[in-house]
Ligand binder design. Structure first.
Ligand SMILES: Nc1ncnc2c1ncn2[C@@H]1O[C@H](COP(=O)(O)OP(=O)(O)OP(=O)(O)O)[C@@H](O)[C@H]1O
Ligand SMILES: [Mg+2]
Length: 413
């Protein structure tokens, strides 16, 4: 299927990108596939079963996942369910694409550094309906950035590194990683693969975040080369990746031998990549990791390699309640072998709240009071920024929970 445009949007199934007025829009792979499927059948009723079959072909999931994806698509397109311009709900049955589809020849990516155009971080959006603001610089994280620089330097000297960044929701894990990558990749050349786990993945879809990372890698600079090597060294992964582009060309069953081969294939692929350039693999939100991904990370740390390779993971510690949580087991093992570095993120200091308030409100005793209150009530968690970067409804729920009246905010951005 060629690039399809509708309204000010263009979806390019080969690059896996959705653009609005030429600017990339962050979207999870599954939401992308659902939108892609609807666009292939304009004006037709597409049932939930059909979407489940097309987008989740080999896993057993409820139709709630379809609803979640449709919600994400609507947010991305700014398409309210009550008065839709693009996606209409057919009550109890499914969905219909009702937008005007036009020629997509003019669709181009305006971003200069495509590796930054990844599927983004829906968290806390995944939980709260907020939009991510991952491009914001990480204020007050100089020490953490220095530590990351040091781990990267070691990795690039031939001592592979695993760095796990932990902290509560909204504390700034993604912001730190993005800042670090922006800084590091301004001077270093590396393959950068970024993926993240998704709230529905434990026990269901194997390797979700890794597939997403490969997808971002194959769309980045030297993406064609990365894809070529993937097909050569890791054909089973290449086939998995194809599901993001066109689910019709994938056999309905991956045989079990192929599945067992995947870690070995992945390791061979990583080696092939690193023979050409260092590799930075970012796997975010590992508290939602599936078992296969955790096993793969463990497997990679067992390889005797002196190749330039760093894995950077992030997770929320308080989500690891389940005894047999895949990440919990992985952490135990990595720590016992001293095979990982942990970076724990705490609250930011009061100057961050101050800067936030003064960038939106004129200086006055009231704004000083507001920034102090924001800092104290959130204990330095900068999630209060959601007011200007995300959905106000979700944000006001968060603020109210923290005992902060949104009346203070009404003049902000
Ligand atoms: N160091 C920082 N300086 C300025 N703003 C920050 C900083 N850290 C986080 N923020 C802001 O706080 C919000 C949440 O940050 P972020 O998404 O990075 O958190 P997170 O720890 O990745 O959350 P989650 O666990 O939900 O993935 C964003 O709006 C971000 O811009
Ligand atoms: Mg995050």
């Amino acid at each position: 299927m060629e690039t399809v445009c509708f309204g000010s949007f263009c979806l390019d199934p080969v690059r896996g990108s959705l653009l609005r007025d030429g600017q990339p829009i962050l979207m999870t792979p599954k939401a992308f596939m659902v939108l892609h499927h609807l666009l292939r059948h304009p004006e037709k009723l597409v049932t939930k079963d059909e979407l489940l079959h097309a987008v989740w072909p080999r896993v057993c999931v409820g139709d709630g996942v379809v609803k979640v994806c449709i919600g994400e698509i609507r947010r991305a397109l700014g398409d309210p369910s009550q008065q839709p311009r693009f996606i209409e709900t057919v009550h109890c049955r499914g969905y219909r694409f009702i937008g005007n589809i036009t020629d997509g020849a003019q669709a181009t990516v305006r971003s200069g550094r495509v590796w930054q155009v990844h599927f983004g971080n829906p968290s806390p959006a995944g939980n709260m309906g907020l939009q991510d603001c991952s491009a914001a610089p990480a204020l007050g994280r100089d020490k953490e950035l220095e530590r990351l620089d040091a781990y990267l330097a070691r990795a690039f000297q031939g001592v592979p590194q695993v760095v796990l960044i932990k902290g509560e929701a909204g504390i700034g894990k993604t912001t730190l990683i993005e800042s670090f990558l922006n800084r590091a990749m301004a001077t270093e050349t590396a393959f950068v693969a970024q993926g993240r786990c998704f709230g529905h993945c434990i026990d269901t879809e194997a390797y979700f975040s890794v597939i997403e990372a490969l997808h971002s890698l194959c769309r980045g600079p030297k993406g064609d080369r990365a894809h070529e090597l993937l097909r050569q060294w890791a054909p089973t992964w290449a086939m998995q990746l194809a599901t993001v582009v066109d689910s019709q060309h994938v056999p309905s069953e991956l045989n079990s031998t192929a599945r067992q081969r995947m870690p070995r294939e992945f390791a061979a692929y990583v080696e092939a990549l690193m023979a050409e350039q260092p590799l930075v693999l970012v796997l975010e939100d590992l508290h939602w990791s599936d078992y296969a991904t955790a096993d793969l990370i463990s497997y990679l740390t067992h390889l005797r390699s002196s190749a330039p390779f760093i894995i950077i993971g992030s997770y929320r510690c308080y989500e690891l309640l389940q005894k047999t949580h895949p990440l919990k087991m992985l952490l135990r093992e990595l720590k016992a072998r001293r095979a990982c570095n942990e970076l724990s993120l705490g609250g930011l200091d009061g100057t961050v709240a101050q800067k936030f308030v003064s960038s939106h409100l004129p200086d006055s005793p009231a704004t000083v009071k507001l920034s102090r209150m924001l800092h104290e009530k959130t204990e330095g968690n900068p999630l209060y920024k959601c007011w200007t970067t995300g959905s106000r409804k979700a944000c006001s729920m968060y603020l109210t929970k923290k005992g902060i009246s949104t009346n203070y905010y009404t003049t902000c951005g």
